[in-house]
Write a protein that binds this ligand. Structure first.
Ligand code: MEV
Length: 314
């Protein structure tokens, strides 16, 4: 035993455009946020893997995700050829990223765990390998992930992401400078597997409607990319508003998310949308400048919701 703990990090994320559409090969834009999950891996005598989860959480999140977390861990261990029958480990999860729906909590923990095992067992995994392991782990949480969350958790930064069959295209994007955002938490824990499954059902029932919506989502994200690259934040905000409307139309928003989005806009945000799985979790508001960020965050907090002040493109 080395006596030093293997440790690793995974970035939290905010999907700026096209969650859900990304599952069907439509491009999406994701950014890491300024909060991470950390994992420590420690060898112990005996057998079995124990998880000590010290992450801050939205009430009920950890309990609700416990069996998925176990499945995720089993998948990752198998993928890394680590046999828990003959090895014992304690994994301690921590860091500032809240364990909640919408911020990439599961993917961040998967990337952090993969990195910590790589360090503890001296496996020298590349980022690409870490991403593959985290993707395998994500399957434990949501069956058929697009891979966007684990990619953001592994690489950080601002990313243009497109699923291509079992592979993907990832392009790094740059912002002139980091931009303030506020993320408002509905406090509702969502099940990605269920919400993604709902979209599929509705899409199968109404293929023409969904084909049109998918076309709009594709056009929208290409326009949004241009606004990001040209640092045209006002226009970017309107694209976010439009993306929220598309997400409403595919049935993944909810009253609480819509109310927070409206509140953020009324408080001066230049764009706002739900982010991630939806049906709970977080929304994101574009609030360039500390003053606007604070105003929108305080408005959300006054209504009794938690607000996360962070940046994109940092
Ligand atoms: C969840 O953060 C993002 C979804 O698009 C699912 C996925 O991409 O795998 C809803």
């Amino acid at each position: 035993m080395r006596g030093i703990l293997g440790q690793g990090n995974g970035f939290g994320k905010v999907i700026l455009f096209n969650e859900h559409f990304v599952v069907y090969g439509i491009p999406a834009i994701v950014s890491a946020i300024g909060a991470k999950t950390t994992a420590l891996v420690e060898r112990r005598p005996g057998s079995g893997v124990e998880v000590k989860d010290e992450r801050p959480e939205t009430k009920g999140y950890k309990a609700e995700k416990l069996s998925q977390q176990k499945e995720s861990l089993d998948r990752m261990l198998k993928f890394m050829n680590i046999d828990p029958e003959h090895n014992a480990f304690r994994i301690t999860l921590g860091g500032g990223l809240i364990a909640a729906s919408g911020v990439g909590a599961s993917a961040a923990s998967c990337a952090a765990i993969a990195r910590a095992f790589s360090e503890e067992l001296d496996l020298k995994y590349s980022d690409e390998k870490i991403n593959e392991i985290a993707y395998e782990g994500e399957k434990g949480y949501h069956g058929t992930p697009s891979g966007i969350d684990n990619t953001a958790a592994t690489y950080g930064g601002l990313i243009w992401y497109k699923r291509e069959g079992i592979s993907h295209l990832m392009e790094r994007m740059r912002l002139q400078k980091p931009v303030e955002i506020v993320m408002g938490n509905t406090g509702i824990v969502a099940d990605t597997r269920v919400v993604v499954g709902g979209v599929k059902q509705r899409k199968d029932k109404e293929p023409d409607k969904y084909a049109r919506l998918f076309e709009n989502a594709e056009r929208l994200v290409r326009g949004a990319r241009k606004q990001l690259e040209e640092f045209n934040l006002e226009r970017l905000g309107t694209y976010m508003d439009e993306n929220h409307a598309l997400l409403q139309q595919i049935g993944v928003s909810c009253d609480e998310l819509d109310a927070l989005v409206d509140l953020a806009r009324e408080s001066g945000a230049i764009g706002a949308k739900m982010t991630g799985t939806g049906k709970g979790g977080y929304m994101v508001a574009l609030t360039p400048g500390k003053e606007l960020q604070e105003r929108v965050a305080v408005a959300i907090e006054r209504k009794g919701f938690d607000a996360l002040r962070t940046t994109i493109g940092g």
